[in-house]
Write a protein that binds this ligand. Structure first.
Ligand code: ADP
Ligand code: MG
Length: 289
């Protein structure tokens, strides 16, 4: 491989909205057979909005949104932004902690509040009543993300937020498949939501309910099975997995940590830039051979 030809490839990449860290990166795309895609913010737009509030017996919608909304004001997660947008924030947040991949917890107006996966609430012995459990399962089966809200020892509500698949994601997946690559959807979200998004864009393989710290292990496992893996991600959550992958592609809309950890930065926010990048790399290498 002559450095000049590789540099031409990287220059062409920049024109297409693909920033390549170094020319040597193009070499590593040759043997890629698997493309792992983060769900939220990569395949989906990542902008969510609150679509429903399901209350436990005797709870008020206003109080649920007031306490959960105040707490979520402190979080940058897309789910948090959807919830915080709906809230009157006259409540005082006395403490706040992000529980990675599970949700948020803190003290709001003297109440110990939790918002997140039912698993987070269960850790504090807050279990959803049967009717809320059912609502949550139904919403998830429809492909929406549902989180639980509890405070002072009791689960109080289920909040539902919906994200939409980016308009170009389906075509991008088709192009990846046409290039002979196997797409895999990787997410911390639950299995039903993940399956529904995957079906919408034509992905057969889904790895769901993966904690952020474990995303890197998923990439390692695929590699140990002999796969050569490209990872496309956007979140701060994805940085380690992007770095572990044989090729890391960060969506330009993503966080600095993700961009830092990746080999290619996709300046355009749409997923079609991923097959573009792989095609470009292959073409450049063919010219060199
Ligand atoms: P993804 O892999 O889809 O980007 P994350 O790992 O960021 O998902 O989050 C996994 C799950 O944890 C979310 O689907 C949600 O149920 C819960 N969660 C994370 N952060 C929050 C938050 N700030 N508020 C409520 N729920 C949250
Ligand atoms: Mg994400």
């Amino acid at each position: 491989a002559t450095p000049t030809a590789l540099l031409v490839g990287t220059g062409r990449g920049a024109q297409m909205g693909i920033l390549i860290k170094g020319p040597e990166v193009l070499e590593s795309t040759r043997r890629i057979d698997t493309v792992v895609l983060d769900k939220t913010g990569t395949v989906t737009a990542g902008t969510m909005s609150l679509t429903a509030v399901h209350l436990a017996e005797g709870e008020s919608r206003e109080e649920v949104l007031r306490l959960a909304g105040a707490l979520e004001h402190a979080s940058e997660h897309p789910i948090a932004r959807a919830i915080a947008r709906e809230a009157r924030s006259d409540a005082t947040v006395e403490s706040f902690a992000n529980v990675e991949g599970l949700g948020v917890q803190g003290v709001v107006d003297g109440h110990a509040v939790l918002v997140g996966r039912p698993r987070l609430l269960a850790e504090w012995s807050q279990h959803l009543p049967a009717d809320l459990e059912r609502e949550l399962a139904d919403e998830q089966a429809e492909g929406r993300t549902a989180v639980a809200v509890g405070w002072d020892g009791r689960a109080r509500a289920v909040l539902v937020v919906a994200d939409v698949v980016k308009p170009t994601s389906k075509e991008a997946i088709e192009q990846l498949k046409a290039l002979g690559l196997t797409p895999v959807l990787l997410t911390g979200d639950n299995e039903a939501v993940a399956r529904s998004v995957a079906a919408e864009v034509g992905i057969d393989q889904v790895i769901a309910e993966v904690l952020p710290a474990d995303k890197v292990d998923v990439v390692k496992r695929l590699q140990s099975e002999g796969k050569v893996v490209a990872m496309v991600g956007d979140g701060v959550n994805d940085a380690a997995a992007l770095a572990q992958a044989d090729l890391g592609l960060a969506m330009g809309t993503g966080t600095d940590a993700a961009i830092e950890a990746s080999d290619l930065t996709l300046v355009r926010g749409d997923l079609k830039v991923a097959p573009d990048a792989i095609r470009l790399a292959r073409r450049t290498l063919k010219v060199i051979k």
